[in-house]
Design a protein around this ligand. Structure first.
Ligand code: ADP
Ligand code: DP6
Ligand code: CO
Length: 319
């Protein structure tokens, strides 16, 4: 067996815009936190039958499996492999709901291919391959905080760890407001976002935002980290609203949840939010406030699932 686990990561400074669609080269660098609570486990082996992709125990039809096999064909071509493949993957994260399933999925997929064929790829090469499955997956090769440097071609566009075992007191509460599959994938959303009149400003700010976030991390400055992450997420979602045609991943409950964050802050409870291509808000806070903040969201949203996450590891080989 060659099962591999990869954890999801949430970008604090986000990737939202591609320079090259096929290679998934980004227009900006991004910086993320790998999470302990959400992950994907994937195994790959050769089969005498046709290519098959099982997700969470069910065989996926050709349409759903297309992205996976298109991706695996790239790897097969590059490493001279001709086998048909049986791929089994289990998501311990909602799929395609803005909770970064594609980040753990393609990090696990690249590592499972490497493991099955005993290619002994470096972490850097794994990151480059993971990136070609889903950009955000480049960062899930590593634990803790990592940066995906945009680079200028495929060989220079990879992630590297800045601190794989951070001592920072940082929790991320994922408020699962709606975990149904989103209508607009991240791939489509970021393509459409390029038509915003603010898109160039978004790009112009990237270098500064990355370096400010790096400073916040190295100074162990939770306040700065939270403020920068919230601003960056708001910029990304403002670009979506102002695209032509405009769109948004926000739902009514997303705004309601954002207002709770404002309310908590005005009460002196320090917390910030970030959110990705989906309606589910993520709250950044410190351990001492986790319970209080969780209680507040639970009192406003009936039966809401809230996952308390902190730093997770990079890829791990299970057996
Ligand atoms: P998310 O916010 O969950 O990352 P995306 O739109 O970026 O949403 O990506 C979702 C897509 O990623 C799915 O539609 C599917 O194609 C792919 N995906 C998710 N989980 C897996 C998995 N375990 N194995 C292979 N592909 C996956
Ligand atoms: C908002 O990595 O899912 O989560 O490369 O097209 O697969 P593709 O997109 P994906 O986009 C992630 C966008 C984001 C921000 C981020 O994770 O940096
Ligand atoms: Co994604």
């Amino acid at each position: 067996m060659n099962k591999v686990r990869a954890h999801t990561n949430i970008a604090l400074i986000k990737y939202w815009g591609k320079a090259d669609t096929l290679l998934r080269l980004p227009l900006m660098s991004s910086l993320s936190m790998t999470l302990d609570a959400f992950y994907t486990e994937t195994s790959i082996e050769a089969t005498d039958g046709p290519d098959q992709f099982y997700l969470n125990g069910s065989l996926q039809d050709d349409r759903t499996a297309k992205r996976v096999f298109k991706y695996l064909n790239l790897l097969k071509q590059n490493y001279g492999k001709i086998d048909n493949l049986l791929v089994k993957s289990d998501n311990h994260v909602p799929t395609a709901a803005g909770l970064a399933s594609s980040s753990s999925a393609f990090a696990a997929m690249a590592a499972a291919f490497d493991s099955y064929y005993q290619l002994n790829l470096s972490k850097r090469d794994l990151s480059i391959w993971a990136r070609q499955g889903s950009g955000s997956a480049s960062r899930s090769i590593f634990g803790g905080f990592s940066i995906w440097q945009k680079g200028h071609d495929s060989a220079s566009s990879y992630a590297y760890p800045i601190d794989e075992n951070p001592q920072m007191d940082l929790h991320l509460l994922a408020i699962e407001l709606n975990v149904k599959k989103k209508k607009l994938s991240s791939t489509q959303g970021m393509l459409q976002a390029k038509s915003s009149p603010f898109f160039q400003t978004w790009l112009d700010r990237n270098e500064q935002e990355i370096s400010q976030m790096q400073d916040a991390i190295s100074n162990n400055d939770f306040t700065k980290l939270g403020e920068l992450a919230e601003l960056n997420a708001n910029e990304m979602h403002a670009i979506n609203l102002s695209a032509q045609p405009g769109f948004t991943y926000f739902e009514p409950n997303t705004l309601k949840a954002i207002n709770i964050v404002h309310e908590l802050r005005s009460e002196g409870i320090e917390c910030y939010y970030t959110l990705d291509a989906g309606p589910n808000l993520k709250i950044l806070c410190q351990l001492r406030n986790v319970k209080f903040i969780k209680n507040r969201f639970e009192s406003v949203f009936d039966n809401v699932n809230i996952i308390d996450a902190s730093f997770g590891p990079g890829i791990t080989y299970l057996d």
